[in-house]
Design a binder for this molecule. Structure first.
Ligand SMILES: [Zn+2]
Length: 482
């Protein structure tokens, strides 16, 4: 009798549970067919300072664990060594001399077509979480996003160089993901981490992590305003500055770990593509300077790129083929199951390479900074263009007015660009520089065809808005404008 009652009770309980479950299921949203995309950009992260790219210090355990399950591109080029043009290229699939968000006071012109805009046509909800002054909505990189959270870059001033933001970024990203579980439409989430960007002042535990024996008094502050870190600088002190940069990377990675842990859980593990990259690298006197922005040497443009999507037909692997950040635009469209852009772009869809080993038909790799500064020509800023070919010959072309200079390196024999071949291989040097100038002309022509214009903020406008004053203060603080 008792047993019957117990059985009856069990049956009723299980029935109630099942009824409850089915009620929940009716409320829950079936997200299994969605193809969400999360794009994570870690500012100033050099590829060769990540464990999964061969670095010998434990700077990136979370990134390395992710890489073990992802497609890792071993050779990825940013197309500019600073924040604004590089992100604008991720979002438009165009080189900076076509999208024209390539000067410190240039906004992204509205005739550009952005990734978020195209995804929006298919009901994607696009959200951005950003920290850098150059990613504030003022520069219009929010074009096409449904919501764009640039509060972090607005609220912390003028100490923008020194603030720690990774905690805040991760919390906001987790909050967004929690909300998405109740939504019926797919999302595109752009997350921008900032802390490896100078200054290098990680919290104490991280400051001591990579150089515990240091007894000197050099710190990682005011990097863009100091004139003491020049060639001849004490190598032991420089080693310490690099250790502080590594501490910032590890600090960021520890927060990234929490975001990746959430993305590894259902439903995101099944319905979300995750792409991790950086906008540019960082230099530590390899070519006479510190920070970034001024040149297109390898240390400034080699960035990590990791791609994982549960619906990609591939195993985790490493791809050696050279690719560019500009390829993210068409690749993300394909990952989201969207048609290719109808206008001409410079990026190539990487899915054929990932799934079938078909390399993009690209023979030269382009980079530019309109903030160029050739070492030895102190204070002289000009246009810096670089081009490398598949064999590894790389030309740098600097110009300001009528003054110009060409440098040539052979990356196959000289990966750190130390031996300038401009005199010994004068003909090749001039030939590649000519090719570079033609390419730049083609890109500029395309901008005119698309009616993309340089949209500058007013440098000497008498009445600046409060936001413009605030932004000017931030950019001066970072050394981007005088
Ligand atoms: Zn940046």
């Amino acid at each position: 009798m008792n047993r019957v009652l117990v059985l009856l009770g069990l049956t009723l309980s299980v029935g109630a549970l099942l009824l409850g479950l089915s009620a929940c299921e009716r409320k829950a949203v079936d997200t299994s067919a969605m193809r969400n995309v999360v794009l994570i950009s870690i500012d100033s992260l050099r590829a060769d300072h990540c464990g999964c790219y061969g670095y010998d210090k434990p700077t990136t355990p979370a990134l390395d664990a992710f890489a073990a399950e992802a497609v890792r591109f071993a050779n990825t080029y940013a197309i500019s060594p600073w924040t604004l043009p590089s992100h604008a290229s991720m979002f438009t699939g165009l080189y900076p001399d076509t999208h024209l968000a390539n000067r410190p006071r240039s906004k992204l012109h509205e005739n550009n077509v952005t990734l978020a805009e195209l995804l929006g046509k298919s009901d994607y909800f696009s959200h951005g979480i950003v920290c850098a002054p150059f990613l504030r909505s003022y520069f219009q990189l929010n074009q096409g996003f449904n919501t764009y959270d640039d509060r972090i870059s607005r609220t912390h001033r003028p100490e923008v160089r020194q603030i720690k933001t990774s905690r805040d970024v991760t919390d906001r990203a987790l909050e967004f993901l929690a909300e998405q579980q109740r939504q019926r439409r797919p999302f595109f989430l752009f997350v921008h981490y900032w802390d490896p960007h100078y200054d290098y002042n990680p919290p104490e535990r991280y400051a001591n992590m990579f150089d515990p024996d240091y007894t000197g008094d050099i710190d990682g502050l005011r990097i863009s305003h100091r004139d003491d870190i020049v060639p001849g600088f004490n190598p032991r002190d420089l080693q310490h500055i690099v250790a502080l940069y590594d501490g910032e990377i590890r600090y960021t990675d520890d927060h990234l770990a929490e975001l990746l842990a959430e993305l590894n859980k259902p439903p995101f593990a099944q319905n979300t593509a995750v792409i991790i990259t950086a906008d540019h690298g960082e230099e530590f006197l390899e070519h006479g300077s510190t920070g970034h922005t001024f040149t297109c040497f390898e240390e400034l443009i080699r960035v990590p790129l990791l791609v994982r999507a549960p619906w990609m037909e591939t195993e985790a692997k490493v791809i050696d083929t050279l690719v560019e950040i500009v390829d993210l635009f068409p690749t993300i469209l394909t990952l989201a199951g969207q048609p290719a852009a109808e206008h001409d772009i410079h990026g190539y869809d990487l899915l054929p390479l990932i799934e079938r080993g078909q390399a993009p038909p690209r023979e030269v790799f382009f980079c530019e900074t309109q903030q160029g500064r050739r070492y030895g020509w102190e204070g002289m800023r000009g246009d810096w263009f670089s081009l490398r070919d598949l064999a590894g010959m790389k030309v740098h072309y600097f110009r300001r007015g009528r003054i110009n200079a060409t440098d040539l390196f052979n990356l196959a024999a000289d990966p750190y660009e130390k031996t300038n071949l401009r005199k010994s291989q004068k003909e090749l040097s001039e030939q590649m520089a000519l090719q570079l100038r033609r390419l730049h002309r083609d890109h500029s022509r395309q901008a005119r065809q698309m009616d993309i214009r340089t949209e500058r903020t007013k440098k000497r406008k008498k009445r600046k808005t409060r936001e413009e004053k605030d932004l000017e203060e931030q950019l001066k603080g970072l050394g981007y404008v005088n």
